[in-house]
Design a protein around this ligand. Structure first.
Ligand code: B12
Length: 299
């Protein structure tokens, strides 16, 4: 039986409409990682194929060959991103996980950056769903169900990202009293694609525990997502203390989230503030390039 996590060069060629000889050439140049089975046949890991396709900008024509059955590609999303957001929002509202997943996997297969999928598809769809409870008693049920679907779909995306060798640990979550799960799930996925090994400690994690966890895991980056801040002063002090402990060790903290502004954090070396997943990725790249956390505070 063939292993669904492995592709033959022929299947990959058919998935993106290129010849096997082109694939072989790219493999020889180190652009695509190919290994051999015990019987000497060339195989490509599906996650490696997806990385290559997305980074090189190929168009997927047969998504089912890449394990992306049902993914809605650009041809069927004629109006592009707006139509994808609308379809995703309607699928979440109706509780239709299959459609929600196929919209997101379609965007992923098209090579759209994860940060864009999170900032410009998930975020507006959830913002619209967050208004339903104001007019509709069923709105709270819809919101909880939509959150569960989003968590599954984000987990699915994360599972399709090939781990890189020698990955740096990134650790983080949301502080005590903050029940929001999705922002950190997105951060972990986006950082995995940037070559980190994310440890998502999830919602409701005490900020003072992050310094200890970061030291124990030899983390190279710590994130904090703040959507709800029931005790503003305490959280602010906790974050300042965290940066105070981590900065001397060269571990930068990236903070963000809808409620972060309320904390009025000062400019601090070792603390980076972002408003979106695009900011997160940009900051993580700067940190990676600089090799230290000593960059300017960003607003
Ligand atoms: C799902 C949801 C819930 C769920 C959360 C489930 C879970 N386990 O995660 C539940 C049901 C628990 C919930 C509860 C409540 N909620 Co609510 N919720 C939402 C909803 C619909 C989506 C939140 C979400 O996950 N969004 C997706 C994330 C990824 O988007 P985001 O938060 O905007 O994050 C983006 C950026 O901020 C940034 N970012 C985030 N974190 C970080 C971190 C870093 C490092 C960086 C760089 C960037 C970054 O990137 C993200 C992607 O673009 C929002 C609507 C909305 N507008 O967001 C309401 C919303 C946040 N909730 C709201 C309210 C009022 C409540 C309740 C008070 C309702 C109630 N009466 O009980 C409670 C309070 C809970 C609490 N203890 O604080 C309000 C908040 C209003 C306000 N300004 O205070 C909102 C805005 C809905 C609304 N319009 O009324 N909620």
């Amino acid at each position: 039986m063939s292993d669904p996590s492995q592709l033959s060069p022929r299947a990959l060629g058919e998935a993106i409409g290129v010849s096997q000889s082109s694939l072989k050439r790219w493999a020889d140049r180190g652009l695509l990682e190919v290994h051999r089975t015990a019987g000497g046949h060339r195989r490509i890991e599906v996650r490696e194929a997806l990385r290559f396709i997305r980074e090189a900008g190929f168009t997927v024509i047969r998504p089912e060959l890449l394990g992306l059955e049902g993914a809605e590609l650009a041809a069927s999303l004629e109006e592009g991103l707006d139509s994808a957001v609308d379809r995703f929002r309607r699928a979440l509202t109706a509780g239709d996980e299959d459609i929600a997943r196929s919209v997101i996997l379609g965007l992923f297969a098209e090579g759209r950056p994860l940060s864009l999928i999170f900032d410009e598809v998930f975020r507006p769809a959830l913002a619209a769903i967050g208004l339903l409870w104001l007019d509709d008693p069923h709105g709270i049920t819809i919101e909880h169900r939509a959150t569960d679907i989003c968590a599954h779909v984000i987990g699915d995306l994360r599972g399709r990202i090939a781990p890189k060798e020698g990955r740096r640990v990134a650790i983080g979550g949301a502080p005590s009293g903050d029940p929001y799960h999705l922002p950190s799930a997105m951060i972990a996925t986006a950082l995995a694609a940037e070559g980190y090994r994310p440890m998502n400690l999830g919602p409701n994690f005490p900020v003072h525990g992050l310094a200890e966890a970061a030291a124990r895991e030899e983390a190279r980056l710590v994130w904090l997502s703040v959507t709800a801040a029931p005790a503003v002063g305490e959280l602010r002090d906790g974050i300042l203390d965290l940066v105070d402990q981590l900065h001397p060790r060269g571990i930068p903290v990236i903070a963000g989230g809808a409620a972060l502004g309320a904390l009025e954090l000062p400019d601090l070396a070792g603390l980076h503030v972002g408003r979106s997943m695009a900011d997160l990725v940009a900051i993580a790249r700067e940190i990676g390039a600089a090799g230290s956390g000593d960059l300017a505070h960003r607003a």
